[in-house]
Design a binder for this molecule. Structure first.
Ligand SMILES: [Zn+2]
Ligand SMILES: [Zn+2]
Length: 133
């Protein structure tokens, strides 16, 4: 079996030769830690955004508006079949926070419809946002 060639450590500025590995023994743990940190940063950013919309859904204004909307639309506007459980944003709050309290951007959904189309709409909204900007 052929011997793998020696290559310099992939760590910037390090010229230690390693065989069959990206990093030398000194830099391998550092590189692993760096990867972890990058992952955590992405995760944190995501959570911040979620916290923002969580905060919105906890406001008195939203609770009142969504309760009132469902009073006006007691039946799911998607399947016309089940009782509405959730006031949903047609344009997701995540991408259109300015429409958060816009009556025309609301629709009443049953839990099932919300779960099945919520995901899909979220994706559409995101790709639309990407295309726009
Ligand atoms: Zn190294
Ligand atoms: Zn429904």
């Amino acid at each position: 079996m052929p011997v793998r060639p020696l290559k310099p450590c992939a760590w910037p500025g390090c010229s230690t030769l390693v065989r069959g590995d990206y990093y030398c023994a000194r830099h391998a743990p550092l590189a692993a830690e760096k990867r972890q940190t990058a992952k955590r940063t992405v995760h944190k950013r995501y959570n911040e955004r979620r916290d923002e919309s969580d905060a919105f859904y906890k406001t008195e204004r939203w609770k009142k508006l969504s309760a009132y909307y469902r009073k006006k639309h007691p039946v799911c506007e998607h399947c016309d079949n089940a009782a509405s459980d959730i006031t949903d944003h047609i344009k997701p709050y995540k991408t259109h926070p300015e429409l958060g309290l816009d009556w025309d951007n609301l629709r009443a959904l049953c839990r099932e419809c919300h779960n099945s189309i919520g995901e899909r709409i979220g994706l559409v909204g995101e790709s639309a946002a990407r295309a726009a900007g």
